[in-house]
Design a protein around this ligand. Structure first.
Ligand SMILES: *[C@@H]1O[C@H](CO)[C@@H](O)[C@H](O)[C@H]1NC(C)=O
Ligand SMILES: *[C@@H]1O[C@H](CO)[C@@H](O)[C@H](O)[C@H]1NC(C)=O
Ligand SMILES: *[C@@H]1O[C@H](CO)[C@@H](O)[C@H](O)[C@H]1NC(C)=O
Ligand SMILES: *[C@@H]1O[C@H](CO)[C@@H](O)[C@H](O)[C@H]1NC(C)=O
Length: 578
């Protein structure tokens, strides 16, 4: 049934847990814990947990007695919140969820209190386990399972380890929009959560209408006697959680509700979710709409024979729009890893471009600036692609929660620095070609600044150049990616100094900046921090040197002029023997 692909990946998650017994395993763990506790101790208001080692997974199950759950979570009308700023010092486990864009969130107090009451005794090394980790719980135990899973996400490396999967049964919502944002902004986190909700169960619904503050995250699997169906779009989830409630005071025996999950899980085992209802629908409607109708039928919202009931049509249209929006936003989600290989190809093309320019005795900066070869035109496209990639990547890393952002930075720093040193000169060439001035203060794109900052934050400045640095200088990229902007400014200063239209003040400030530039260049050369390509005869730097030499006359002497006047030094520099 290809229509289902129009639905979000939550469906894949749901089908995955169903087809691989994961859902049944999780439920069985809770059931076993429940049986054990009811034989040994009987009802209490505490949360209990137990770790189950299965042949191919580790399950941590949390159990709470249902009888008092509803009233308990509703404490203070559901308005009992703990904010992230209150937790910052006393319980810093969730601090990593705060980011610049999303600085605070709130968590339901009863759920948090249960979690903190056992936090100290929870297993901490579960992440090192090679088996997949499943964290599960019923009712408020499910809330505790969610919080425990959240607390693990910070340390979780999604590239090397299987993500933990949190499966809750009949759990109330636990947080506000801030929490929802923090989790859903990062798709890998959001897909760690699957919440199973029975149409008979009031507990997962009690906080919705109360305050309007609680928001869902993760995937919801809504179940009724007719079947199960899953949703991932938060507004749709809220809508359907309310619409599908079919409990009434008489059947609110918590134990019956608890056991109803067992029926769902057993029925679902090895089935594909909401299969089998499709034939009765009118397939002339759009596939997306038809898919939605199918889903609604599966949870008993659409009478199968007449799917065109007015009220239901409004709901269907609303859902359709939401799903379209969600699908669109997913498409725009940026996946850096898949494009990294393409990026490498573009960088290799630029290396080649640089080599060809060098063979033409011009250097790639000036070759690009002068557009004297057709290869200069091709390179524009490569450059744009690379810039798009890194701009997005820097942007993403900035948006993410701090610790995640920081680890991304470290991972990408090498590539990003290489990119910046290779490409920024070309941006500078374009900038000055347009006759503009002061690139560093007025024209420098934000992502270059960020990439440089990240590098500054992680590496200490290089000390005295050693032999290996000297020998490799021929192949380096100039460390300061703004080098050519300094050269352009120096060229402009030369023009102002010799020009007839300049005021005395302009001339003086030009002279000052030329001295500064001299020192700057001498420092770079001394540290072997600049590419020897600057000495190529047709480079802008050599053009600057020729003009500067003329302006200063033969009597002027400095460290740099001594070095520059002997052209044999250029080769010596390139071979590391200056
Ligand atoms: C675990 O292994 C059993 C049999 O070895 C298999 O039936 C079951 O599907 C597996 N579960 C998962 C989650 O892989
Ligand atoms: C720029 O290109 C023109 C011709 O297209 C050429 O005459 C000139 O020498 C080039 N300038 C440099 C610095 O190579
Ligand atoms: C990075 O460090 C260098 C050297 O200390 C400094 O000149 C430069 O301004 C710093 N860059 C940023 C973006 O902070
Ligand atoms: C030279 O310095 C570089 C960078 O500071 C360093 O990575 C390298 O190991 C050093 N090599 C030797 C031989 O000391």
């Amino acid at each position: 049934m290809t229509q289902t692909q129009l639905f979000s990946s939550g469906l894949e998650l749901a089908n995955f847990v169903v087809s691989l017994d994961v859902l049944l395993d999780a439920w069985t763990a809770i059931w076993n814990l429940y049986t054990e506790i009811s034989q040994n101790e009987g009802p209490s208001s505490l949360v209990k947990f137990k770790v189950y080692e299965l042949p191919n997974s580790t399950i941590i199950a949390f159990f709470t007695w249902l009888a008092n759950s509803k009233d308990y979570v509703q404490g203070n009308g559901g308005g009992d919140f703990v904010t992230s700023s209150n937790l910052k010092e006393s319980f810093p486990v969730f601090n990593f969820l705060c980011s610049k864009d999303n600085p605070k969130f709130s968590i339901n107090k009863p759920a948090l209190e249960l979690f903190t009451s056992i936090f100290a005794v929870l297993p901490k090394s579960v992440m090192a386990n090679s088996k997949p980790l499943i964290i599960t719980g019923n009712s408020l135990g499910g809330s505790v399972a969610s919080l425990f899973t959240l607390s693990l996400l910070e340390k979780f490396n999604f590239l090397t380890t299987k993500r933990p999967l949190c499966i809750t049964f009949g759990s109330p919502l636990i947080g506000d929009e801030g929490l929802q944002e923090a989790i859903s902004k990062y798709a890998a986190w959001n897909s760690c959560f699957l919440h199973v909700v029975s149409d008979q169960d009031l507990v997962p619904r009690v906080l919705i209408s109360q305050t309007g503050v609680y928001k869902p995250f993760g995937t919801f699997l809504l179940c009724s006697k007719l079947g199960c169906s899953c949703f991932e779009d938060p507004p749709t989830i809220l809508e359907f959680l309310m619409a599908t409630y079919s409990g009434n005071p008489e059947n609110q025996d918590p134990n019956l509700v608890f056991e109803s999950y067992r029926t769902f899980v057993k029925d679902l085992n090895h089935k594909v979710i909401f299969m089998g209802t499709t034939e009765s629908f009118d397939w002339t409607t759009s596939p997306l709409r038809a898919g939605i109708i199918t889903q609604l039928a599966a949870i008993g919202l659409v009478p199968q024979q007449q799917p065109h009931n007015i009220d239901i049509n409004t709901i269907i249209t609303k859902t359709e729009n939401q799903e379209k929006k969600l699908a669109l936003s997913k498409k725009q989600v940026f996946d850096p890893s898949t494009r990294l290989n393409q990026v490498k190809v573009h960088m290799a093309n630029l290396e080649w471009y640089k080599k060809v320019a060098k063979d033409n005795k011009i250097g790639y900066y000036d070759s690009y600036k002068n557009v004297s070869h057709t290869s200069d035109l091709h390179v524009v496209k490569e450059m744009k692609t690379l810039t798009c990639y890194w701009e997005e990547l820097v942007n993403e890393a900035e948006k993410r929660p701090q610790t995640v952002g920081a680890s991304l930075r470290t991972r990408w720093l090498f590539g990003g620095t290489n990119y910046r040193r290779m490409i920024e000169p070309l941006d500078i060439a374009e900038y000055y070609k347009k006759g503009k001035r002061d690139y560093i203060k007025q024209g420098r794109p934000e992502h270059y600044i960020k990439l440089e900052q990240w590098l500054n934050e992680t590496t200490k400045p290089a000390g005295v150049p050693n032999d290996s640095m000297k020998q490799n200088v021929a192949s380096i990229l100039t460390e300061d990616s703004c080098f050519w902007a300094h050269v352009e400014e120096a060229l402009i200063s030369c023009k102002l100094l010799t020009g007839t239209g300049s005021s005395e003040m302009e001339k003086q400030s030009s002279r000052d900046s030329l001295f500064k530039f001299e020192n700057y260049v001498y420092g770079l050369i001394k540290n072997y921090a600049v590419s020897p390509e600057i000495f190529l005869q047709r480079s802008s730097f050599m053009q600057w040197w020729r003009e500067y030499e003329k302006i200063m006359g033969t009597s002027y002497s400095s460290d740099l002029t001594k070095l520059m006047k002997d052209y044999r030094n250029y080769d010596k520099y390139a071979t590391g023997s200056l």
